[in-house]
Design a protein around this ligand. Structure first.
Ligand code: NIG
Ligand code: FE
Length: 414
């Protein structure tokens, strides 16, 4: 059979093959390694993977890539980012070094609110150009699928503007970008003393507009002691679900207020952060099939000692995913490789678990498991060719990239 592309002779082909389920608990160790591996690609999709001799016997191709001595992995799926904003906040980084906490800074007018004004007044082209530049860096670092949130507009017009920018980025850039509405990221300054008023606008104006325009797949919320309470979150998430949006939560990042439990109750696709989640909340998430998306870069950048308990989650059979949480405040990190290193060093995940968390389980966290996250028949040929001696080099090395090529739907994009 004639195909478009064969990538062959890979020293290690990491397939992340799975049986239509996320990799749970011990299964995260099984990365589907094939020595001397090859992949046949037609129309951007994987036709077959296997050992080189078998693939080359069955297929001829218009183009061949010789991956001798190299490592091939699925492209990274980054399931949590906030890339659409104007100003960066390096001054807050310095304030944290001087002893202020993230919550102190947020309460004194910094934090998310300080990104709102510039994002509200920026036009779509400005926002697009800034975000496109940031996302190109992510692509060069191996991200082939990205989830991106609104949440720096906090009024109907500006939230919709951010979502239109995400839609335009998805059309213009060579990777897939999954849009999430996050109007419940913070209370805007004008509703600081009127939470009811803002929740009314969220539920009766913003969520219906987002759903009617079909401009977001997910609704996310920052459920935390200083932002949206459990009761407030329940109301907002219920409205989003009633309008057909899939659910995500920023849950129990700093304080254990029952966010993980609510994620289970609401059958969220994912609950993210979880640095302070309770045992009961984690077990409830397991029972409800909620994917935990852990963000070790954020806790690293916030200088927290309380990393999410990845080992407890894996021991209890959850399907852990990891993400950058790229944003201008708590985590200005665009590198999934760096996050893999932090997952290993700060959360005691093994190299195999961290790779499963950044590919197949990350695809489950954004409901894209049918098309990305593993190198299997029928999925997009999204993959990375690495100039490294083994896959274990990925967490071991940090600081620069050893990715030779980034391939999206069978085309070299970087
Ligand atoms: O995931 N937690 C809420 N949102 C971001 C922070 C955004 C910001 O500080 O601008 C996060 O850490
Ligand atoms: Fe976030």
């Amino acid at each position: 059979m004639l195909v478009d592309l064969i990538i062959h002779s890979a020293k290690e082909l990491i397939t992340m093959q799975c049986d239509g389920k996320p990799k749970m608990g011990k299964q995260m160790q099984d990365i589907g390694l094939i020595s001397d591996g090859a992949i046949a690609v037609l129309d951007g999709l994987i036709v077959e993977h296997g050992i080189t001799s078998t693939i080359r016997e069955k297929y001829q191709a218009h183009e061949y890539i010789d991956a001798s001595g190299k490592i091939v992995t699925p492209g990274f799926v980054d399931p949590h980012s906030h890339p659409v904003f104007v100003n960066t906040r390096e001054d807050e980084f310095a304030m944290r070094l001087a002893g202020k906490t993230y919550v102190d800074i947020a309460k004194s007018g910094g934090g998310i609110r300080s990104t709102i004004n510039t994002t509200r007044t920026a036009d779509e082209t400005t926002l697009f150009n800034l975000a496109a530049k940031r996302i190109w860096k992510m692509i060069q670092l191996g991200t082939t699928t990205l989830e991106a949130k609104s949440g720096y507009g906090l009024n109907t017009e500006s939230e919709l503007k951010q979502l239109r920018v995400i839609q335009a980025l998805n059309e213009a850039l060579p990777i897939d970008i999954v849009p999430t509405f996050m109007g419940a990221h913070e209370y805007p300054a004008e509703y600081k003393e009127n939470h009811e008023g803002y929740i009314d606008i969220l539920c009766s104006e913003m969520i219906p507009a987002v759903a009617t325009q079909g401009i977001a797949e997910f609704c996310d919320i920052f459920t935390e002691a200083h932002v949206f309470s459990i009761d407030e979150s329940l109301r907002i998430l219920s409205a989003a679900a009633a309008h057909g949006l899939k659910l995500k939560m920023h849950a129990d990042e700093i304080e254990p207020i029952g966010g993980a439990e609510l994620a289970a109750k609401m059958a969220c696709i994912s609950a993210d952060h979880l640095g302070a989640a309770s045992d009961a909340g984690i077990i409830a998430m397991k029972e409800a099939g909620v994917i935990p998306v852990l963000l070790p870069g954020t806790l690293f950048s916030l200088r927290s000692k309380n990393y999410a308990r990845a080992r407890f989650m894996i021991d209890n059979d959850l399907a852990v995913a990891i993400a950058t949480d790229y944003n201008p405040g708590s985590c200005n990190c665009d590198s999934m490789s760096m996050v893999i290193t932090l997952a290993c060093l700060q959360m005691n995940m093994s190299p195999e678990e961290a790779l499963a968390a950044s590919t197949i389980n990350a695809a489950w966290a954004i409901d894209k498991q049918d098309i990305v996250g593993s190198l299997e028949r029928g999925k997009y040929a999204d993959l990375l060719i690495w100039e490294i001696p083994s896959y274990r080099f990925i967490p071991y090395h940090f600081g620069s990239s050893h990715i030779e090529s980034v391939i999206k739907k069978g085309k070299v994009i970087s």
